[in-house]
Design a binder for this molecule. Structure first.
Ligand SMILES: Nc1ncnc2c1ncn2[C@@H]1O[C@H](COP(=O)(O)OP(=O)(O)OP(=O)(O)O)[C@@H](O)[C@H]1O
Ligand SMILES: [Mg+2]
Length: 280
């Protein structure tokens, strides 16, 4: 059913050669207990995301986008099929926690901790669980580097309530990057921000992605945001979510404010909007 359009890595300016996230014939059914009513959230998902690729997933509300992301994070188990990160099955390992960084829609900073201490929070939790040992100084240094990377220099000792929504979301992105994961999974991370802040953070995210060479799987309701950010946009059908299209975004990189005004951007965005309407 999926319509794979051949990739032209020269257009995106990045060479993507190694599979980083692989969904192999994945199905997810909620409520498999016979006493419950079952809901098939996803079915027949075959999807490959390559090393260093930026892929967005769009689809109608409730079609299984968050489920798709939670499966890759190992928070959920598939009912059928398998998911691999960097060649290793997500279900079989605990160490994936460090290989994958998760960002949700709402900032998760704790109000009584400073920005620096919030960024350190995932490390502290794993340390207290005995899942990491050794040098916290290394992570403290990394927290300081991240504060600069995400544009929060000078705010390390501030508290979340002293920051704007956009700045708080930068803290959340830093938290996800603290282990230097190779994969970032982002579930509508800018969905609650105003349009201007969202545009600004889109640019910042692309810069961070370029500088850190992460693989990003990004979920959004905003089709223009998907086109602006991505190498490829995956379209899911209404529930049960299936991949119905993959649209190659051959816009030049680096992208900037002018990108949205280009003919090609408008063309790709129109195509995606039309496709989306036809799903309903
Ligand atoms: N824990 C659960 N138990 C039962 N059904 C669930 C559970 N979590 C999600 N679902 C159902 O699975 C389907 C997919 O949910 P999911 O949250 O993945 O969709 P989504 O595409 O992220 O939605 P949205 O666009 O609103 O964020 C929905 O119909 C939802 O009601
Ligand atoms: Mg969701």
């Amino acid at each position: 059913m999926s319509n794979n359009i051949a990739r032209d890595s020269a257009d995106s300016g990045r060479t993507a050669s190694k599979r980083m996230i692989t969904y192999d014939d994945v199905q997810k059914v909620y409520g498999t207990d016979p006493a419950e009513e079952s809901v098939t959230a996803l079915q027949d998902i075959d999807l490959n995301i390559e090393h260093g690729e930026f892929v967005s997933v769009v689809g109608p509300s409730g079609c299984g986008k968050s489920t798709l992301l939670h499966l890759a994070a190992g928070i959920l188990e598939p009912t059928d099929g398998s998911i691999k990160i960097n060649g290793t099955s997500v279900q079989s390992t605990q160490h994936q926690r460090k290989e994958v960084g998760l960002v949700f829609q709402h900032p998760v900073a704790l109000e009584w901790r400073t920005v620096r201490k919030n960024i350190m929070l995932p490390v502290q939790i794993l340390k207290e669980n005995g899942a990491i040992d050794g040098d916290m100084d290394e992570y403290r240094e990394r927290a300081d580097e991240l504060i600069s990377l995400v544009g929060l220099k000078g705010f390390g000792d501030s508290y979340p309530n002293e920051l704007s929504g956009g700045m708080q979301q930068r803290v959340t992105i830093s938290q996800a990057l603290i282990y230097n994961p190779s994969v970032l999974l982002m579930d509508e991370p800018f969905g609650s921000l105003d349009a201007m802040t969202k545009d600004e953070l889109n640019l910042e995210l692309l810069r961070i992605w370029r500088e850190t060479e992460k693989t990003i799987l990004f979920i959004t309701h905003d089709l223009d945001e998907a086109v602006f950010l991505s190498d490829r946009v995956v379209v899911l059908s209404p529930r049960p979510g299936e991949v119905v299209d993959e649209i190659e975004i051959d816009l030049e990189r680096p992208r900037n404010e002018e990108t949205r005004a280009t003919e090609r951007f408008v063309e790709l965005s129109t195509k995606l909007h039309q496709h989306f309407k036809s799903l309903k």
